[in-house]
Design a binder for this molecule. Structure first.
Ligand SMILES: C[S@@+](CC[C@H](N)C(=O)[O-])C[C@H]1O[C@@H](n2cnc3c(N)ncnc32)[C@H](O)[C@@H]1O
Length: 238
């Protein structure tokens, strides 16, 4: 039976489990205002059919996607530091998207666009094959309880989907502060033969300079959490 935690995957026809709980949270006036005023400029509505990214950004440039951008601080920092790149963000949490839009407007940014939907749906329906130079997934919900592990975003079919959307030579960068999830990611990636671990098999990476400390990470650091970065290159199309 379908419930709020599951949906029918239109490609497979099977029930799929969501990696998030729909929580509207409290939207601040600023976030609401930003959603109303700036969605037209920076937001991309979910629709059927691949989008033309050169048309969306008005130029050809390296394209980087962040999945689960939270309140958008890391995305804004990366996009400001690397104006030569275009950034796409996906986040289901509307107040977070509102916060991002507010920052994009305040900074007068032109190299960021955002989707407010499930990353799996956006990727399948809208992101062209081999169009991304990098995908970043920083601190996906860890779902620590064993009975919830099936909700984790990082699973074999999702990695396969990302592999299709990345260019050859593109980067997949994940980070987590949950040890069990870090090893789960490593195990999933071992079976993803189109990807090569840049740190060598079974090794974690150092945080590279381009990855800002995220909000979620900073909270974890205050609690003494360790962080694991995993960085892969897409080596071929399988
Ligand atoms: C633990 S938070 C981390 C946020 C941010 N990356 C950070 O480090 O501060 C994970 C985020 O992923 C989002 N998320 C979870 N599943 C998602 C999905 N399938 N598509 C898009 N966003 C998702 C959640 O709404 C949440 O904001």
């Amino acid at each position: 039976m379908l419930n709020k935690n599951s949906f029918i995957d239109e490609h497979t026809g099977y029930r799929a489990i969501r990696s998030f709980v729909r929580r509207e949270g409290r939207m601040t006036k600023g976030q609401q205002h930003a959603l109303e005023r700036h969605w037209q400029q920076f937001g991309l509505d979910t629709q059927q059919g691949y989008i033309d990214l050169d048309l969306v950004f008005g130029r050809a440039a390296p394209r980087i996607l962040e999945i689960g951008l939270g309140m958008g601080d890391a995305l804004v920092e990366m996009a400001l530091t690397h104006p030569q790149n275009d950034y796409l963000g996906i986040e289901v949490y509307r107040p977070g998207v509102g916060s991002l839009l507010k920052k994009l407007d305040e900074q007068g940014m032109t190299n960021v666009r955002v989707f407010c939907d499930d990353a799996r749906v956006v990727l399948k329906q809208m992101i062209p094959e081999a169009s991304l130079d990098a995908v970043y997934i920083f601190f996906p919900d860890p779902w620590p309880k064993k009975r919830h592990h099936k909700r984790r975003l990082i699973q074999t079919p999702f990695i396969k989907l990302l592999g299709n959307k990345l260019k050859n030579g593109g980067t997949l960068h994940m980070a987590t502060d949950w040890e069990d999830y870090a090893f789960h990611m490593m195990a999933v990636m071992k079976h993803a033969l189109e990807f090569v671990n840049t740190a060598g098999q079974n090794n974690f990476s150092q945080r590279p300079d381009y990855r800002p400390l995220t909000k979620f990470e900073q909270r974890g650091r205050r609690l003494g959490h360790q962080v694991w970065d995993l960085i892969y290159t897409k080596a071929c199309q399988l």
